[in-house]
Design a protein around this ligand. Sequence first.
Ligand SMILES: Nc1ncnc2c1ncn2[C@@H]1O[C@H](COP(=O)(O)OP(=O)(O)O)[C@@H](O)[C@H]1O
Ligand SMILES: [Mg+2]
Length: 245
Amino acid sequence: MVRSTASEAGAASTAGAQVLLDLRDIKRRYVLGEATVEALRGVSLRIHQGEFVAIWGPSGSGKSSLMNILGLVDAPTSGEVTLEGTPIGQLSDDALTDLRSRKVGFVFQSFNLIPVLSALENVMVPLQIQGVGASQARERATQALKDVALENQLHARPDKMSGGQRQRVAIARALVTEPSLVVADEPTANLDSENSYMVVQLMRELNRSKRVTFIFTTHDPRLLDLVDRKLLLKDGLLHTDETVR
Ligand SMILES: Nc1ncnc2c1ncn2[C@@H]1O[C@H](COP(=O)(O)OP(=O)(O)O)[C@@H](O)[C@H]1O
Ligand SMILES: [Mg+2]
């Protein structure tokens, strides 16, 4: 159940900001042989440009299922997703892949860096996939690594870096294509509490300086101090939607 007072407050504080994502009555069902799991049971939600949002809730509540839909990686079983006015369900696979690669950056729990590549080369990968030339890709990746204060680690391989540094490389990789939205599913799950806080703080700074929308999940309530908005998910439903600032 969505608390109406909280969602009205949310609408007021983001007045004027454009709607980035609009989810209407999203359901996601997984069918495994005889068994059916109702992971999302009707989630409606609007994310505005520039918001810094945490989705939190217990394990199994549907956070990753929702993030995959918000990041355009997975399609809902029913319901409608609109990104910047474009109804996602009507796009061809190619158009969807193209839209995702231009608009969405991803940060993962396990960093997902390529071990044989340096930090710089890892951050260049999404640009190379987009067909950006090598020298421009190098320049932009270098700047993205400066933005996460890793200019001294450009040529280091991930295995020579701490977990916090690896996640900063991953954040640079997510931002290098200048997406509208960064989706980070449990980005701090493999970090100690100090590094967890630093990573969320860094995402917060980048959210402000670059006006990129961030949505991250966590099950650690201590990380919610820095967010604009917290969405509590329980049993596949949006339980509360609180705008904090
Ligand atoms: N690919 C899948 N196939 C089958 N069941 C899944 C799959 N992904 C998630 N689930 C189930 O959906 C429910 C919600 O999972 P998930 O979205 O991963 O929640 P959370 O990220 O909050 O832990 C859980 O019961 C989980 O077991
Ligand atoms: Mg999860």
